[in-house]
Design a protein around this ligand. Structure first.
Ligand SMILES: [Zn+2]
Length: 157
């Protein structure tokens, strides 16, 4: 290869490379490899909801309400002479302690939802509350549906 053809090839290559980098033209590297990750990241951030959004506020309110219903239905059950099965009667009969346990149950449920939210499991995050509401409400319905113990125990004079 003579010197002139070699220089022509180098010049042609340089011109092609320079042309490819002009603004407005497609970059030499395909767009999908450079722009797509940034776009995907932006889209992902846009779809992640805030933890304290409307759905969670309703769900957490539902968890608190179902826990309050559980509290009321369990005291009702105790007043009708039945016995608590998950905790002891002594714990339930200490109303402040039992209310604290119900509040703690609500807080732990919200905490579990938060962990799932932070780790990107947003469906499970919602299901924690939905299942909690279902179980607590179902238990409360059962408590109210139980027949009173006969004869009802008389409190010690
Ligand atoms: Zn979430």
């Amino acid at each position: 290869m003579g010197r002139i053809p070699f220089l022509l090839i180098v010049a042609a290559f340089a011109a092609t490379a320079a042309r490819a980098q002009q603004p407005g033209d497609a970059p030499a590297v395909p767009t999908i490899y450079t722009a797509a990750p940034a776009r995907a990241h932006k889209d992902m951030r846009a779809t992640v909801h805030p933890f304290w959004d409307h759905k969670n506020m309703w769900l957490f309110s539902g968890v608190g309400a179902s826990r309050a219903l559980d509290y009321a239905s369990t005291l009702n059950l105790r007043h009708r002479g039945r016995h608590e099965i998950l905790l002891t009667d002594a714990v339930v009969d200490n109303h402040a302690l039992f209310a604290g346990i119900e509040a703690t149950g609500t807080a732990v449920s919200i905490g579990a939802s938060y962990l799932f939210h932070r780790t990107g499991h947003h469906k499970i995050e919602r299901w924690v509350s939905i299942i909690h509401i279902g179980v607590a409400t179902g238990g409360s319905i059962r408590n109210y549906a139980l027949k009173s113990a006969h004869p009802a125990p008389n409190p010690a004079p």
